[in-house]
Each structure stands twice: as C-alpha cells, then as structure tokens.
Ligand binder design. Structure first.
Ligand SMILES: NC(=O)c1ccc[n+]([C@@H]2O[C@H](COP(=O)([O-])OP(=O)(O)OC[C@H]3O[C@@H](n4cnc5c(N)ncnc54)[C@H](OP(=O)(O)O)[C@@H]3O)[C@@H](O)[C@H]2O)c1
Length: 135
C-alpha cells in the first residue's frame, strides 16, 4: 500500500505481511516492511515466497501497478459520494469480468472480479499472482 493509504487506515492490517511504499527515508511503522520503490516491495514479497500479493491502493499505486496485476477485486457502490481520490480506469481491452454479484439494500453495490484476458499466459511458477483490491 501507498503511504497515504496506510495513513488513511491508521494501522497495519492484521494477520498478513504489510508493505508500505514511501520515498521518505525516515519513515517507519512497527510491524510493517517499508519499501522505497514498487520494485523493492514486489521483490521483497517474491523473495519471501508469497504466492499472492494484494495491492490495496491508493490511486497512485493502483495507477502504477495496473500493468503488473492479474486480477482486480472491485466493489462498485451505486451511490454518489463526494471524494478527492478516484480509482484509475480499468483498461477494458486488457481485463474481462469473470464474476459479478449484485447486492441490494440500503446501499446497493456490485462486487466484481476482473481477470487479465491473457492470464493463462501470465501464469508462471516463478511469478506470484498479483491482485488489486479496491472499491
Ligand atoms: N476505496 C478504496 O478501495 C481505497 C483503497 C486504498 C486507498 N483509498 C484512499 O485513497 C487515498 C490515498 O490514495 P493516494 O493515491 O492519494 O495515495 P497512495 O497511493 O496511497 O500513496 C501515495 C504515496 O505512496 C508513496 N509512493 C507512491 N509510489 C511510490 C513509488 N513508486 N516509490 C516510493 N513511494 C511511492 C509516496 O509516499 P511519500 O509521499 O511518503 O513518499 C506517495 O505519496 C486515501 O484517501 C485512501 O483512503 C481508497
């Protein structure tokens, strides 16, 4: 996750390795690994043998990893809200919806899974699957 996403959550996420990327040399968070580049973040996780890497935002990190990921878990909330940060567009020519689940209720939403169209070609024993998760 990007440093701003970490600060918006205000804590590390329990039960998994947390990697925060920042260009700030002095930045540290107990219990989290700090990387100063995307490459370092991904290489650290690969070197430790993690088979699934979840990219959890924010916009800057989603934007810069869109070309690297194999799957997107997306929740579309069917309401308008004020906001100052937006998920970058999903390149529809590169991804296809493989799962869609509509939920009604006070705040209707649709949960979607997109897979990279050439996902099979991407699968390689040495390459961990990299997911993006956002709403
Ligand atoms: N709805 C959702 O699913 C969701 C998910 C995630 C986040 N969010 C929201 O998104 C907002 C944050 O998104 P954002 O785009 O403003 O920020 P962000 O992507 O979370 O973090 C940006 C910061 O990450 C660091 N960074 C980014 N690329 C880097 C690189 N290549 N190398 C080293 N460091 C790098 C920099 O930190 P430094 O400035 O410290 O150098 C940069 O300022 C928050 O409001 C959060 O609540 C929403």
């Amino acid at each position: 996750m990007g440093r701003k996403t970490y600060e918006s959550i205000g804590r590390i996420l329990p039960g998994r390795k947390n990697v925060i990327i920042t260009r700030r040399e002095e930045f540290s968070v107990p219990g989290a690994h700090i990387s100063h580049s995307l490459d370092d973040a991904l290489n650290t996780l690969r070197a430790e043998g993690h088979r699934e890497i979840f990219i959890i935002g924010g916009r800057q990190v989603f934007r810069d990893t869109m070309g690297l990921i194999d799957r997107i878990y997306l929740t579309r909330v069917h309401r308008d809200y004020d906001g100052d940060t937006f998920m970058p567009p999903i390149p529809e020519n590169e991804f296809t919806v493989v799962f869609e689940e509509k939920h009604s209720g006070d705040i209707p939403f649709t949960f979607l899974i997109y897979d990279r169209k050439d996902l099979k070609e991407h699968k390689h024993p040495d390459r961990p699957v990299t997911w993006m998760r956002g709403s």
